[in-house]
Design a protein around this ligand. Structure first.
Ligand code: FES
Length: 142
């Protein structure tokens, strides 16, 4: 009789444990998704030349990250990573001062991506810009 109770307790305990595991395993898997490597993007279209005025900038997507395209002249463009090197805020073009500004901590970069003032510790990553037909194309520098 005692042996039968032990077997029943063991079966119930095992079933309870299996239930707990079946609830917790999917929850833990969901909270810890597998690392999927980001697809490498080396070139993106930033739109048509005529869509960007001279002395204006716009944010475009470079893969999953923002890039800043600036039209500095009739046929001159500059492009940089739009991620501030201080604490990763998105920078923007200031047409009145012809500088790149980070609003988070007042970081300033020049049109070469070099730090002018503020806390950013390093220049912005610069991208190569080509005009292909009427399309502006950004690419990573080799
Ligand atoms: S994050 Fe850009 S200046 Fe701090």
């Amino acid at each position: 009789m005692a042996q039968r109770r032990t077997i029943v307790r063991w079966l119930l305990g095992g079933g309870f444990s299996a239930s707990i595991v079946s609830f917790l395993y999917p929850a833990i898997k969901f909270m810890n998704p597998p690392a999927i490597p980001e697809a490498a993007v080396n070139e993106v279209s930033a739109g048509k030349v005529q869509d960007l005025k001279v002395n204006a900038g716009k944010i475009v997507k470079f893969g999953s990250r923002p890039a800043l395209l600036i039209r500095t002249g009739e046929s001159e463009f500059r492009a940089f990573s739009a991620i501030c090197t201080h604490l990763n805020c998105t920078v923007q073009y200031q047409d009145a001062r012809r500088e790149i500004w980070c609003a988070c901590h007042n970081g300033l970069y020049d049109l070469n991506g070099k730090v002018v003032s503020g806390p950013p510790p390093a220049p912005l990553e610069e991208y190569a810009v080509r005009v292909r037909g009427d399309e502006v194309v950004l690419s990573k520098r080799a």
